[in-house]
Design a binder for this molecule. Sequence first.
Ligand code: UDX
Length: 462
Amino acid sequence: MRLVIIGSGYVGLVSGACLAELGHHVMCVDNDASKVEQLRAGQIPIYEPQLSEMISRNVAQGRLGFTSQLPALSKEIHAIMVAVGTPPRTNGSADLSAIFAVAQEVAAKAVHPQMVIIKSTVPVGTGDSVQALMHKARPGMHFSVISNPEFLREGSAIDDFMAPDRIVVGAGDETARNTLRALYAPLERTGTQVICMGRREAELVKCAANAFLATKIAFINEMADLCEAVGADVEEVAHGIGLDERIGAAFLQAGPGYGGSCFPKDTTALQAIAQEHGVNLRLVETVIASNEARKRSMGRRISKALHGDLTGRVVAVLGLTFKPDTDDMRDSPSLALIDALQRAGATVQVFDPQGMNRARMHLHDVHFADNAYLCAEGADCIALATHWPEFATLDAERLGQLVRKKVLVDLRNFLDPQAFLNAGFAVHAIGRPPQQPRRHNLVAAQRHRARNQAREAFINGA
Ligand code: UDX
């Protein structure tokens, strides 16, 4: 199939690369000419594992291209996918102006009944508005507007696209549904379920899924607080409840609160659209408030670990991005943590394997270190904010020789507490006594293996 994807941000680029990998011909359009130049020169503006290789491969094989102008919408183009941003407005609702501008342009340039696939995360009812706008712009021309939300996680977006739990298609007419089925046929053949439903339902699936996952995280974070108060281990509790299939093991990792470009934005947008319709989503509202409070409270943990006074103290923050394997700093818990530390009078030194460039745009008056060991030099406390895999092999003994005071606050329960205790550190974890042996998360490991097998099966043409 031939596709045009409008918007070469995170979702557009990953979708474009993966759809080309599936054998389709994809032209990615972005109105940022300098970004397009960069992409044409083989420079990828975001950090995402496997993406760069996949883009180069498909560009070389002639299936993927980049342009800053919407190409002529000839009959050969089967569908236009919209993956432009829907940033939050000040009241929390989604700003849909980019979506509407694209719809207007496509309507003006269309030469035949065009299929428009909305990939961007949008509030329920957006597909209806887009369809109405396009029909008004070109009376008599039939446009089919389809909701096809993405469930990509940064850091594993390629695997998520190639072996998703499900593909959701929201379309009223059979032709549109069949076109989407054809688009994803290689994935359906390797076992992915494609589920078709109404457009409004599909729009809601995306927002409801994110709100539900955010709720799981907020819930386990509350349980972590309770575990600390009663001397229990939240990882054991998460393991115990997660094996109940009705609950599921994923997204029960206690930590500093969720961040990123989706959960904070999408939960607030869901709340805003519900309010617009006179519905009060009390649970979602509470989750948002609970997560905000959690992020802000992380500074107090460091302060407590240093006996209540941060004035003149040096804190080394390891990991800045909102999670590993991304350079994304949006709504990262590390930002709230560093702000709280600085307000309390601490000096902050930071290191992140991929996020340093973006972090420089967000952080002021911090010392940017070139690696984790340099970051720890002279610190009164090491705070692990993001669990980058490479931090797992940090040498606790060596860190112990570099710091001024041996205090570790592991906000992700990621480092081996025993190694740090042996090196003489006071160790503080989230929701668990640090001296207790850790349970390996078997369920997560199994799931990871299953995903990899599915991906390999696809690549090997099974
Ligand atoms: C999320 C959704 O998972 C994805 O389906 C959607 O399309 C976009 O939003 P993403 O934001 O990339 O993806 O990251 P995710 O892995 O979901 O993590 C979000 C935040 O929750 C991170 O800050 C992460 O550290 C935190 N988190 C996640 C936890 O604190 N505990 C968990 O158990 C899981």
